[in-house]
Each structure stands twice: as C-alpha cells, then as structure tokens.
Ligand binder design. Structure first.
Ligand SMILES: [Fe+2]
Ligand SMILES: [Fe+2]
Ligand SMILES: [Fe+2]
Ligand SMILES: [Fe+2]
Length: 400
C-alpha cells in the first residue's frame, strides 16, 4: 500500500502536465503520451530508470509554458529554433526538475530531449552516445506523438516517417526498439485512445517505484513552491503571486485561530489556487486590449481548471472547493459558482482576500500599484459586497 507521500508527486505532476497540454479547448495528452512511450521503451533499454523516464516524459516541456501557443504547434515545423523560448526550453525544463531535488537523472535526460543523433539538435548540438540514453528515448517518443497529431495517424505512416529519420534523429538501436514497441499487441491502439491513455498513466503511477524523497511535509512544500513558479510563469505579470497568496492565506488562517495542520493545507491550496491558468493560452492571459466574450469566459474558467487539477491529487481532495472558490464574492456575484456568504467555504473566503490584496499591491498593467494602507482600505470598503466582513477585520491586522 502506497502512502500519500508516494503518490503526491506523481499525481501533481500528472495533473499539471495534463492541463498544460490544453490547447484550442481540448486536452492534447502530449506529455502523458510521451511519458507512456518513454517508460515503455525504457523497459527494454533502460530498465532501472523507469521512474525517471516516466517523470522526464511528463515534465519534458514544462519549461515551454511561457510560449504563446502550445509546444506541439512548433514542433511540427521542420526548423523550430527561431524562438529563444523554444531553444531554451530543454534547459528550463531541466532546471525546474532539478529544483524538485530528487529527480536528478530525469533532469539530465530532459536537457537532451531535442538533441539529435547526427548532432543537428539543440541546445548543445551534441551527437551519438554523447546524448544521454534517456534523452534519446525521449526524443523518439516526442517525435512519435508529434507525428500522431500531424495526419500520420496510421501506424504504417508513422513507421515510414520514423524510418526516414533513422540514423539522423535517432540511432538504429532506438529506432528498432520503438518499432518493436509500436507493433506490440494493442499498444498503438491504446495510446491513440484518450480513454485508455488515462488508464495507462494511472496504472504506471500505481506500479512504479516512487523516487527517493525527503520527509513528506517539507517535501510537499518544496514541490508546490516549484510548481507555483511554473504557474506564475504562464502570465507576464504574476511572478511570485501564488507564493504570496499562499503566505497571506496561511497568516489570515492562523489569526482566525484555524489549527496549524489545516492552515498548512490552506497554504498548499494557496500555492495552487491559480493552477488552472496553465490551461489558458498565454495570448489571452496577456492580451493588452479588450477581451472577447469567449476569451473572458475562458479566463473565468480558471478556478474550474484548478479544481480539475487538484481533484487528481488525493491528499488535497478537501482543498478542491476552497481553491476553486477564490473568485467567489460574499454577495454572490463572483465566479464560477456564484456562491454567497457562508456557502463559500471559509478557506475560499480567506483566499479571496489574500488574492485581492496581492493583486492590488503588485504591479499590473491595468492598474496603479497600491500601498498596503490603500489596499486595506479597499478591502474594508468592499466588506460585505466582495469580502466576508468578519475575516476582513482580522485580515487587515496581519496583512503587510
Ligand atoms: Fe520539447
Ligand atoms: Fe514535447
Ligand atoms: Fe485566480
Ligand atoms: Fe490569483
């Protein structure tokens, strides 16, 4: 029986990587498919590192989160390296994974995922077996998924395309292993069906040995901190927002007399409250002009996406509604549920204040930054309409 600490990392990584693959209103499953293919290939080629390969697959493109469009739209283009974000994303992804602290090998593997066997890849342009074996496995898995969505949906066509790249993009050995893998029983049919993708990912998560980790509590905090930065990187103006909301939420909760353990959980929920923004195209989040109705609707959906992400993480189940209600208003005019007064969970009412306070006191393109006193005045002024008046009374004493 696995403990929560063993499943937390895989669940949060799987949830975030799935939502990051949201494009044109649908989930692309790019990271999940690359993770499945990489783990499968590693059973043959790299059997002691299946865990690392699976995480490397899930996180390989996490550094591309600030691209205006989804990564797979660039990877179809033959020479993709005109954009510096694109060129740098293997390094960025590798750094993020290194910050998680216990997936060192996965980090080195990710760094190499756009290197090519003949040396024409990036970022380092290394060739042959100078490329980590894991990097080579990721490269071909990545290519298979990109081909899958590029009108080459039949297995025969994909194999033909792969054959053309043999000796260029990947070695004979890697090509042959992938060919055998794709031919195995129902494997190909399963990875193209969205329903079975979820089942396969869950099964792999259940069976893999978890990475060696430090004690649960500090580790959970460290992990969510890393992902809070990733979430904030989606948006031009929100650096540090998630962390500050987490801290404000914790401080207000403590001042209200909420027990330490619950307050700590609220802090984690604070780190993740805007996680749903990873599902919204950056072009909309950072649009300078007026938003269309549809764009506004999509932005207002981010708490719903946050709930979808958090409900995939077992030990945070009781935080789902709380994080999802940070844009509800006391008078019932908020979103997404138009909840009012104490139908909004207490944690959600606290987080709404933390979120608004940080938005007011940070530099944003559409407003003048306010100092702490001004922001608290606005909180008080909007008591009863936007915010719970009893919580505001306490919050203004601890916010600074
Ligand atoms: Fe990539
Ligand atoms: Fe990729
Ligand atoms: Fe939000
Ligand atoms: Fe927020």
């Amino acid at each position: 029986m696995k403990k929560p600490r063993d499943t937390f990392l895989s669940e949060i990584v799987a949830a975030l990587s799935l939502m990051m693959d949201f494009s044109e209103n649908r989930k692309l499953y790019h990271a999940w498919r690359v993770a499945i293919l990489s783990e499968k290939l590693s059973q043959k080629l790299f059997p002691n590192y299946r865990t690392e390969m699976f995480y490397a697959g899930l996180l390989h493109d996490i550094g591309a989160i600030s691209l205006p469009y989804h990564i797979v739209h660039y990877e179809k283009i033959e020479k993709p390296c005109k954009s510096s974000i694109l060129f740098n994303h293997p390094q960025k992804s590798a750094n993020i994974v290194k910050n998680l602290g216990f997936l060192f090998l996965a980090s080195d593997i990710i760094l190499d995922h756009h290197e090519r066997w003949d040396g024409s890849g990036y970022p380092r342009g290394i060739s042959g077996n100078d490329i980590t074996l894991g990097g080579q496995i990721l490269r071909i898995s990545d290519t298979v998924d990109v081909l899958l969505r590029d009108n080459f949906t039949s297995l025969g066509n994909i194999k033909k395309k792969l054959l053309l790249q043999r000796g260029k993009e990947f070695s004979d050995k890697i090509y042959e292993a992938m060919e055998v893998t794709l031919d195995e029983n129902d494997f190909f049919d399963n990875i193209i069906s969205e329903e079975s993708i979820s089942q396969i990912v869950l099964k792999i998560m259940k069976n893999l040995t978890p990475p060696n980790m430090v004690p649960f509590e500090s580790e959970m905090d460290e992990i969510v901190k890393v992902f809070a930065d990733v979430i904030d990187a989606k948006h031009n103006y929100t650096a540090g927002h998630s962390k500050r909301v987490a801290i404000y939420t914790y401080n207000i909760a403590k001042a209200l007399g909420i027990p330490e353990e619950q307050a700590k959980k609220l802090k984690v929920a604070g780190y993740l409250h805007d996680a749903g923004k990873v599902a919204i195209p950056r072009a909309i989040l950072d649009k300078p002009g007026r938003l269309t109705m549809d764009e506004y609707k999509l932005i207002k959906n981010h708490p719903v996406f946050t709930m979808e992400i958090m409900s995939m993480i077992h030990c945070l189940k009781d935080m789902v509604i709380i994080a999802g209600s940070h844009h509800e208003r006391y008078d019932g005019m908020g979103y997404p549920g138009r909840l009012s007064r104490d139908t909004i969970p207490l944690g959600g009412r606290i987080m709404a204040i933390a979120d608004a306070y940080d938005a007011m006191t940070s530099e944003r393109p559409y407003q003048n930054k306010r100092n702490s006193v001004e922001a608290k005045d606005i909180l008080i002024k909007n008591s009863r309409s936007q915010f719970d008046p009893e919580i505001v009374k306490v919050a203004v004493k601890v916010l600074s």
